[in-house]
Write a protein that binds this ligand. Structure first.
Ligand SMILES: Cc1cc2nc3c(=O)[nH]c(=O)nc-3n(C[C@H](O)[C@H](O)[C@H](O)COP(=O)(O)OP(=O)(O)OC[C@H]3O[C@@H](n4cnc5c(N)ncnc54)[C@H](O)[C@@H]3O)c2cc1C
Length: 656
């Protein structure tokens, strides 16, 4: 079945001019970058080759006053989860209204909403712990609560709302109004510059009138209130039109709002996710959030904090799996031994435990850094989202393997056979989306890479840019000299810090310190080697990002282990952190040895010839062939690849 590209409302359709150019996409993203921060970020420093352990160490201890305030709520939540049937939710694809009502009554819809507005007034740390707890039981339930509070109306309202807006909406949400965040559209997924939903001011200037559609809006079929991002009229900046994206609070009761359909997925069977339509929806001007043209920045800033939830939440899933697998690996005997004693299984168990420890360390550290305030959390949150979701996915895969056939069997089927209904199958289905939504792994790597090279690009870019004239280069070199004359040699001088307070883990901290210098040097060398093309060398940059992520994970794990051992009588944490670091060091060395990807160019070339259809012969002999036919937009891409000149394609190859 060939795609019908004439219907612009159908998913996958390509309305004319719907696609922003790469430059536009970048321009929109650039405008939305946050730049105002008072405290440096540990991770940002790390990419500059500076291992500033003091920014994250000692690992923050739980605030006892907050723990006391949070206890009644967390106890109630725990008691509720004891009775809540996650398999029923998965089976029926529905979270019962009575369960939602119970959650409303305990204040679970307004965990972070200040008390003065009727919320529980609890901290970000308590909030992520609550999400961790819920995920250990049910992915669909956490999707409802988290979409409502991590990215839905209360978060941007707290950050950017006026006092009037807060007074109007916080009490309603605190009482239980479910909310949602509507950014994605059919043609605007990772790239919001493609957004076509529009908002124009009414003639009397009292309303914004929204037209368009939003796809995959979590809670879309159930929410009362939405944050909707829409394009408002372009502004002329330096004589050129500049796209404006603006955020609005939209009430579901507004005439013209409609849910076109509820979307269904591989996992999160009870997620109330909708394809929404807005036809002349009138939004009072007072319900615009923050300001005209500030909507994308609002969305990205919201996501920066929102991203702290998923790392904690996937940790909850990983802990539940670890507990289940530990019991199973001891009781299941095959080949004369509990399977946990077979080396291949034992290794998986060790990795599950050590990476769960690292995941929790990253999640708690990132949330604590956010709580300190004024701290540039973007990179930590992005790494936490990227690293934890990928580690969680590996963990659930290992759990499935260790459970064998029972891992693949549904909980209901296991129960019907009289066995323990461990829901590894459901958890695997629920887990996969975490690598895609709220910023896919690739987009997280791109974002981190952009920030990682930002300092070099802003200082040294004109020196290495081929289009720079001789005089521009000289001027830029003069400006850059004071920084590089001290920075670069310092990246070679070994650190004399002993990290003695880390005890058995000191060696790992010394490794992280010297490797951070190496990472800083390597990024600089990459910039000198590739110049402006570095921006397009995704694989080189992504490997550097992964090295940075591993270093952050090591530092977080070591710091937390020391705190747990010394302050909370948990000496076993050292063993977990040690094993984690040994493995992380191996991964880091492997990444360095392939940093410049000797096969990147070859693989890129192959991908281009695959896209051109040169290996279509390989796809013969399959059923349902017409299902996979190229769509009209795909054919356009194909044509553009085919018509590329030899010069262009050789450029592409070096860019890849
Ligand atoms: C269950 C579910 C719930 C969701 N909830 C919400 C919600 O509540 N609100 C909302 O607004 N959205 C929501 N989304 C949308 C989600 O955020 C998007 O799916 C996500 O942003 C990715 O967009 P996309 O699917 O269009 O992928 P695309 O942007 O089409 O990307 C496809 C692939 O290409 C990769 N890619 C794209 N650009 C680049 C690049 N420059 N370099 C390298 N790789 C690239 C991506 O990483 C991905 O692997 C939800 C989606 C799902 C499935």
């Amino acid at each position: 079945m060939a795609d019908d590209d004439t219907n612009p409302t159908r998913p996958g359709a390509s309305p004319q001019n719907a696609h922003a150019s790469e430059a536009e996409a970048r321009d929109v993203a650039e405008q939305a970058r946050e730049t105002e921060w008072t405290h440096p970020s540990f991770v940002r420093e790390l990419f500059l080759g500076r291992f500033r352990a003091e920014l994250i160490h000692p690992h923050p201890l739980e605030d006892p006053a907050e723990a006391e305030r949070a206890k009644p709520f967390l106890d109630q939540l725990n008691a509720f989860l004891d009775t809540y049937d996650a398999d029923e939710t998965d089976r029926t694809g529905n979270i019962k209204e009575s369960d939602v009502q119970t959650l409303r009554e305990m204040g679970a819809m307004g965990i972070k909403i200040p008390k003065e507005y009727g919320g529980l007034g609890l901290s970000q740390m308590t909030y992520v712990k609550a999400m961790e707890l819920i995920t250990s039981k049910c992915g669909s339930l956490v999707a409802l609560l988290s979409a409502s509070q991590s990215i839905g109306v209360p978060q941007p309202l707290k950050l950017f709302g006026t006092e009037e807006q807060k007074k109007k909406y916080f009490p309603r949400i605190a009482k239980g109004a479910i909310t949602a965040f509507a950014l994605t559209e059919v043609n605007a997924g990772s790239d919001p510059a493609n957004m076509t939903t529009s908002a124009v001011l009414s003639e009397d200037g009292k309303h914004w009138i929204i037209n368009g559609e939003k796809l995959w809006c979590t809670n879309g079929t159930r929410a009362e209130l939405f944050v909707v991002m829409a394009r408002t009229p372009d502004k002329i900046v330096n004589g050129k039109p500049r796209k404006q994206i603006t955020a609005f609070i939209v009430d579901r009761s507004a005439p013209g709002f409609d849910v076109k359909m509820r979307c269904h997925f591989m996992g999160l069977k009870a997620i109330e996710n909708g394809w929404l339509s807005f036809k002349n929806v009138k939004v009072p001007v007072e319900d615009m959030l923050w300001g005209e043209g500030k909507g994308l920045k609002l969305a990205l800033v919201t996501l920066n904090t929102g991203r702290l939830t998923i790392p904690a939440s996937v940790t909850g899933g990983a802990k539940a799996l670890l507990k289940a697998i530990r019991a199973w690996a001891m009781e299941r005997v095959q080949w004369g031994q509990p399977i946990g004693k077979h080396e291949a299984v034992a290794q998986k168990i060790a990795r599950m435990a050590s990476s769960t420890f690292a995941m929790e360390s990253i999640a708690l550290l990132s949330a604590a850094l956010y709580e300190r305030g004024g701290y540039d959390i973007r990179l930590e949150a992005a790494i936490a989202k990227l690293w934890n979701t990928e580690a969680a996915w590996k963990g659930v895969d290992d759990a499935m393997q260790i459970r064998g056939g029972r891992g693949y069997e549904t909980a209901d089927s296991l129960r019907a056979r009289g066995e323990k209904a461990i829901p590894v199958e459901r958890m695997m289905r629920d887990s996969r989306i975490n690598l895609i939504f709220e910023g896919s792994s690739e987009i997280m790597r791109l974002f981190i890479a952009r920030e990682a090279v930002d300092a070099h690009f802003s200082i040294a870019f004109p020196i290495v840019a081929p289009e720079s004239s001789f005089s521009t280069r000289i001027n830029a070199a003069v400006k850059a000299a004071p920084f590089y004359l001290t920075w670069y040699p310092a990246r070679w001088i070994p650190s004399f810090k002993s990290y003695a307070d880390f005890g058995k883990l000191a060696g790992h901290m010394r490794f992280a310190d010297r490797t951070t210098r190496r990472l800083g040097r390597s990024l600089f060398h990459a910039m000198v080697r590739f110049g402006p093309k570095l921006e397009r060398k995704q694989m080189v940059l992504f490997r550097a990002v992964d090295i940075g992520a591993e270093l952050f994970a090591m530092a977080a794990a070591c710091s937390r282990a020391v705190m747990l051992a010394s302050k909370l009588n948990q000496p076993g944490a050292i063993q977990l952190a040690d094993a984690f670091c040994v493995e992380a060091r191996g991964r880091i060395e492997a990444l360095f040895s392939s940093l410049y990807g000797p096969h990147d160019e070859q693989l890129y070339k192959l991908a281009m010839s695959v896209l051109k259809g040169e290996h279509a012969w390989l796809e013969q002999g399959i059923a349902w062939e017409e299902y996979y036919e190229e769509s009209a937009s795909g054919v356009k891409v194909l044509e553009s690849l085919n018509t590329q000149s030899a010069v262009e394609s050789s450029q592409l190859q070096t860019a890849g």
